[in-house]
Design a protein around this ligand. Structure first.
Ligand SMILES: *Cc1c(COP(=O)(O)O)cnc(C)c1O
Length: 389
């Protein structure tokens, strides 16, 4: 008997029903499509692209390309007028091939390779972040006409993917670096920060904005005329827990901006996960189960190495199973493992799912960001192909 996903069994709170429906329609129409594959819902991405930035006055949106680099997604966002945030020559070339003009491209990676700086300079990209003297020295040598914004450290508590340890400087150092840029002939343009990816604590933006506002005033007192505040990324999506709505976050940010900053400055935002994350669903198959001592193991064909790397960092996905039946349908707690032989390939533990049969399929929700672009072909398991619907 052919198994079916039961839409009525989808837990309450899941807000991507139309995407799940699209995915199931595709699966029914293409039952022989080999798993694993990633379904991306173009309508949901378009909806997000229209939503993000709408509630922040003067926001200019630069999609963080690293979240999902599929050329068709980039082309769609380009067609909708969005800009792009990049870190590498590879990302730059991908955008240039699509005809994205350089003024629609910025790079907020504070530590860029010399090779990339040279490439960005010859392509005409002019806006960069930095947080060190080394970076200014490189830019002064390779791209003296560019402008820079300083990466400030801000609290990342409540973000499931903190970034503040790797980049950013404190306020005093930030001011000194902006002044250093000016001395070296590089235009100091503004300030940036990143509240952490999958930021589930809206208060992080408040703290970041007041810290940035203090630096803005100090810069003004030092004779620097800043014009850009770049709010970075961090908008969350729903994995297994409810998160703040983007509208709620943006309204709050907009109020703070009006209160703390001059009214005529440029505001950049750089959403990655928030733009594409909940538009993606992995379709995967179970290829075995085992009980080891007292732990139930389930092995599926997408794992840590070929798509679900963020599981290791603590992202907990929602899994939907088509498994049912009196014996095999019994609910248990599972340790979910990918297909490789490496013991690092454990996606999650304690996930309640029915006992499957070999070959049963599962959907993994919220897989549009930081999955296929993170993946490798380790152990000979291919990177899942993307199907845009
Ligand atoms: C990765 C990154 C982003 C996107 O972050 P999300 O949390 O996915 O929105 C934005 N800006 C910079 C500088 C980044 O490195």
């Amino acid at each position: 008997m052919k198994k079916r996903f039961d839409l009525s069994a989808i837990p309450p709170g899941i807000n991507v029903r139309s995407t799940i429906k699209k995915c199931l329609d595709f699966m029914n129409a293409h039952p022989d499509e080999p798993t694993p594959y990633l379904v991306m819902d173009k309508d949901r991405i378009a909806r997000k692209a229209r939503l993000i930035g709408r509630n922040i006055r003067r926001a200019e949106v630069y999609y963080a390309v690293k979240a999902n680099t599929h050329p068709e997604i980039l082309a769609m966002l380009h067609g909708m007028g969005l800009g792009f945030e990049i870190a590498s020559g590879g990302e730059l070339r991908g955008l240039l091939e699509l005809g994205v003009p350089p003024e629609k491209i910025i790079s907020s990676n504070p530590m860029k390779t010399e090779k990339f700086i040279a490439e960005a300079a010859s392509a005409g990209v002019t806006h960069f972040s930095f947080d060190s003297r080394d970076e200014i020295d490189k830019l002064a040598r390779l791209h003296p006409s560019c402008g820079v914004y300083i990466r400030l450290t801000v609290p990342n508590e409540g973000s499931e993917w903190p970034l503040s340890r790797k980049f950013g400087v404190e306020t005093e150092e930030a001011l000194a670096l902006l002044i250093y840029a000016r001395e070296k002939g590089i235009r100091p343009l503004g300030i940036t920060f990143h509240v952490g990816s999958q930021c589930t604590n809206p208060y992080n933006w408040d703290m970041a904005l007041s810290k940035a506002a203090r630096l803005w005033e100090m810069a003004r007192d030092a004779g620097l005329e800043l014009s850009i505040l770049n709010l970075g990324g961090g908008y969350p999506i729903r994995y297994t827990k409810d998160v703040a709505e983007i509208e709620t976050i943006e309204r709050r940010v907009d109020e703070q901006l009006a209160r703390l900053f001059p009214p005529d400055i440029r505001i950049f935002i750089e959403p990655g996960r928030g733009m594409v994350g909940d538009a993606g669903i992995f379709v995967t198959s179970v290829h075995g189960t085992a009980c080891r001592i007292d732990e139930n193991w389930m092995y599926v064909d997408v794992g840590v190495f070929n798509g679900l790397m963020e599981g290791v960092g603590g992202i907990r996905y929602t899994w939907l199973s088509e498994s049912s039946g009196p014996v095999t349908g019994q609910m248990k707690e599972w340790t979910l493992s990918g297909p490789s032989c490496d013991s690092f390939d454990v996606i999650d533990k304690g996930v309640r799912l029915p006992h499957p049969e070999v070959g049963d399929r599962m959907l993994v929700l919220g897989c549009g960001a930081y999955t296929t672009c993170y993946a490798s072909e380790f152990n000979g398991f291919s990177i899942p192909k993307t199907i845009l619907l």
